[in-house]
Design a protein around this ligand. Structure first.
Ligand SMILES: [Zn+2]
Length: 263
């Protein structure tokens, strides 16, 4: 059964959607019920933001001699399949930092634009009555919060997330071997995975972490997405970190054994 479709190609990189990205969209719609409009907007804004984030990684990777096969949108966001990594740790560090940097820029842009619109505006409904409607201001600040969340989440030093890659490259720059640096980064990643599973268990037994009432609405939406739903999203991320951290460690060990760890 076909599970992946190519949406479009940009800079020669095919952007593909995996079937599971539909689950992510459904999750967002469900979490935002009965506010279907916000859910739909969040799903669309998230997918666009993720594509731009992954494109930033890809463009920097290619600039340093890396090779990108494709970008795939899936349940836990996006993944740029980089088939040949830039050789130097500092290049890997810049490649990993490019994604969150792009998300931060988008957040600043959306927030700046949201300031230019009024918070609410008045319009006439079909009966000619004057009504107050939410302005693009809210949507833009939601998009800003989304990108800020994307940047912060990816900067958590849990390998193989961007923050973990920056951590590994940083340790290598301090003079450790790639294997030693990977071992440390994977251990830190596992500590985060355990913390998230603990948060999910607390959430499951009914201890919920609510966003303070005086926080902006856009941040409250984001909070609900990450910590709501019984912590299912955090559980998926914890699993992904555990499995891909283990896989990367095995790969680097193999590299070290057969090629003498040339990096
Ligand atoms: Zn990233």
């Amino acid at each position: 059964m076909r599970t992946c479709w190519t949406l479009f190609t940009v800079f020669g990189i095919p952007v593909r959607a995996h079937l599971s990205v539909g689950l992510l969209a459904l999750y967002l719609l469900f979490m935002m019920l009965p506010n279907l409009g916000v859910g739909l907007f969040l799903a669309a804004a998230l997918l666009v933001s993720i594509v731009l984030h992954e494109l930033a990684h890809s463009v920097v990777a290619m600039a340093f001699g890396g090779q990108v096969r494709d970008i795939t949108l899936q349940l836990l966001g996006g993944c740029a399949a980089i088939t040949r990594m830039p050789p130097k740790p500092i290049h890997e560090c810049l490649m990993a930092a490019a994604g969150p940097a792009c998300s931060l820029l988008l957040a600043a842009l959306c927030w700046g634009l949201s300031r230019t619109f009024p918070a609410i505006y008045q319009d006439y409904d079909i009966y000619g009555r004057l009504v107050t409607v939410a302005a693009p201001n809210l949507w833009l600040s939601v998009a800003a919060a989304l990108n800020l969340g994307l940047a912060c989440f990816n900067l958590v030093p849990a390998f193989p997330m961007d923050g973990g890659r920056i951590l590994r490259a940083g340790i290598q720059c301090l003079g450790k071997s790639k294997l030693a640096a990977t071992e440390i980064a994977v251990e830190v990643g596992r500590a985060f995975a355990i913390l998230w599973v603990a948060l999910c268990v607390l959430s499951f037994v009914g201890i919920r972490f609510h966003a303070p009432a005086d926080w902006p609405q856009a941040i409250a939406y984001l909070w609900e997405i990450v910590f709501g739903g019984g912590g299912i999203l955090l559980l998926c991320v914890a699993y992904m970190i555990w499995v891909s951290g283990k896989r990367e460690l095995e790969y680097v060990r193999y590299e070290e054994t057969y090629y003498g760890g040339w990096r």
